[in-house]
Unconditional design. Structure first.
Length: 95
């Protein structure tokens, strides 16, 4: 288990930049969910909220899955990545 105080792939941000970026991402996600009615984006939102709750109550996000030399991650990260991936795949099929 690793206490990750940074964002994805170890990128470091100030607390102010993190809050502004997180707020903008949530507003954007809510807009996309309403516009597209995609359940895949709800996975992204759930993962983002899970990581935010970890960060607010624990001071960091707990990462616990290790695969080879890939950076350590958690289930919320899987939800975020797979939700966006499936959203992109199925959005192209509907176009």
């Amino acid at each position: 288990m690793t206490c990750n105080q940074n964002i994805s792939l170890g990128i470091s941000l100030s607390q102010e930049a993190f809050v502004i970026g997180w707020f903008a991402a949530i507003v954007f996600l809510l807009f996309l969910i309403k516009k597209t009615r995609s359940y895949f984006l709800i996975l992204v939102l759930g993962g983002a909220l899970s990581n935010l709750i970890d960060r607010l109550f624990g001071g960091c996000v707990i990462d616990y899955i290790t695969i080879g030399s890939f950076p350590v991650f958690n289930l919320a990260d899987v939800l975020i990545a797979s939700g966006f991936l499936f959203f992109i795949i199925f959005a192209e099929r509907q176009s």
